[in-house]
Design a protein around this ligand. Structure first.
Ligand code: EPZ
Length: 428
């Protein structure tokens, strides 16, 4: 069965949760989706056999691999979290609408294709559930580097004999924008300085891996990147870092279910903002070098959060945190500053009995004693995670449909929660 066909089948799946139980035990964190996707796109910059380990088994990774194969590469192995991919023969420069519309992160191939082949035709992703999410910053940056870009019939057409180093300022901090331009600049002629760049751990990771392949990048983890172009890069060989959003999701799962869960194989320093907020709410978070434990007696108070680019509170954990605040004691104010439309989970949480008022980018959550199970509809990846968490804490049964959203980014979520004691199963 093809990946796309599997996806269509999965669209029908439902997750059923019998709520009210306590989660206990240990859960291991998978490799990060948002680190794996740019690293996979970076393979375009190389010509040879790339090996990536600890890749999460999620739909977005399958989609990216499909796209890379379409571009002329060859996946020799994708099993047990390992990808072996031969990028020698990449010669096609088109990322079609069918793939880009399924996963916006496909736009990560734009910079690498221009740098490697001097040409790219990448579909515009269009609007998405959490906001308009344009690509203007990616496009302007590549134009500044000398690429001729035109938009036609829903596609970005780019051409450049060889990109050249520039100084470019991002009006807004953009994670994939930073990744795209950083990758393009590694093979450009001369030095590129990127200002107001993303400092997400996934960006720092990408820079480190590119440097291992021979790139000359400095400043990652700060607001400036300085990249000296080189002639070629060696193939990638790396292990993907743990997923901080999955880590945060299981931390909240323990908190919301009066649980006691140890989260292993994670990097606690990457979820500091969440840890502080959980402690402020009255929960116990114990940190070790590569593990965390969250202990909850079900009593916690409402605290306010504002989402920001890293190291601020991650927008990708906002929906899950809202589920927690829905049953906190007192009120919580949640301000979403990264995306303009990332409160779609609120309507579903309200159907479970939550008391949430939305005004623009602000949600006021007045904690209720208990949520009740309901039929629910997932609208995007993190919104679905928030519904799963709410359903774990709710009284009675919840049936969540459109779970392909959750399959895009969470590896084996129902197995992992089941092992922690959740009454959860998938209806095919
Ligand atoms: C990345 O998306 C992540 N995706 C998202 O993860 C995450 O929510 C987001 O960063 C913010 O942390 C991947 O890493 C694959 P942005 P990205 O460009 O790069 C505006 C998840 O759930 N903007 O940093 O697409 C944009 O509209 C997800 O795993 C422009 O205006 O996000 C937004 O308001 C979904 N013009 C803000 O910047 C541009 O050209 C930040 O977006 C680009 C972005």
């Amino acid at each position: 069965m093809t990946a796309l066909c599997q996806r269509e089948r999965k669209q029908m799946d439902k997750i059923i949760i019998e709520g009210g139980g306590r989660l206990e035990g240990e859960v291991g964190i998978s490799g990060s989706k948002n680190a794996a996707l740019p690293i996979m796109a970076a393979m375009i910059l190389t010509a040879g056999k790339n090996t990536i380990n600890r890749v999460p088994q999620v739909l977005d990774v399958t989609t990216m691999l499909h796209l890379l194969d379409d571009l002329g590469g060859y996946t020799e192995e994708f099993e047990g979290g390992r990808i072996i991919f031969d990028s020698t023969d990449i010669n096609n420069y088109e990322a079609p609408y069918e793939l880009v519309s399924k996963m916006r992160a496909s736009c990560l191939v734009l910079g690498p294709l221009l740098a490697r082949l001097g040409k790219a035709k990448v579909s515009l992703p269009g609007g998405c559930a959490i906001g308009a999410r344009p690509l203007d910053l990616h496009i302007r940056g590549l134009e500044a580097m000398g690429a001729k870009i035109r938009l036609e019939q829903g596609y970005i057409y780019g051409e450049a004999k060889r990109l050249r180093g520039v100084r470019y300022y991002f009006d807004t901090v953009s994670v994939t924008g930073t990744a795209n331009l950083m990758m393009a600049a590694t093979l450009a002629d001369g030095e590129t300085t990127l200002e107001n760049v993303a400092k997400e751990p996934e960006i720092v990771f990408l820079a480190n891996i590119l440097n291992q392949c021979g790139a000359k990048i400095k400043g990652h983890g700060t607001d400036f990147l300085i990249i000296k172009g080189v002639q070629s890069l060696k193939p990638i060989n790396c292990d993907i870092l743990p997923d901080r959003i999955e880590t945060g999701t299981y931390m909240i799962a323990s908190a919301i279910t009066s649980g006691n869960v140890k989260i292993t194989n994670c990097l606690p320093q990457q979820v500091e903002a969440l840890t502080m907020k959980l402690r402020q709410a009255g929960l116990i978070v114990e940190e070790a070098e590569r593990s965390l434990r969250v202990i909850s007696n079900g009593q916690f108070k409402g605290v306010d959060i504002t989402t920001h680019p890293h190291p601020g509170f991650a927008t990708d954990l906002q929906a899950q945190f809202m589920a927690l605040m829905a049953i906190a004691e007192g009120q919580s104010i949640i301000l979403e500053t990264v995306f303009e439309n990332r409160f779609m989970h609120a309507a579903e949480l309200k159907r479970m009995g939550a008391n949430i008022t939305i005004q623009g980018r602000t949600a006021v959550v007045a904690g209720v004693k208990q949520l009740s199970g309901a039929p629910l509809m997932a609208t995007d990846l993190r919104a679905s995670a928030s519904l799963v968490l709410a359903a774990l804490a709710a009284k009675g049964q919840s049936k969540i449909s459109r779970v392909y959203h959750i399959d895009r980014g969470y590896s084996a979520i129902e197995q992992k929660l089941y092992m922690l004691g959740a009454k959860i199963f998938r209806e095919k």
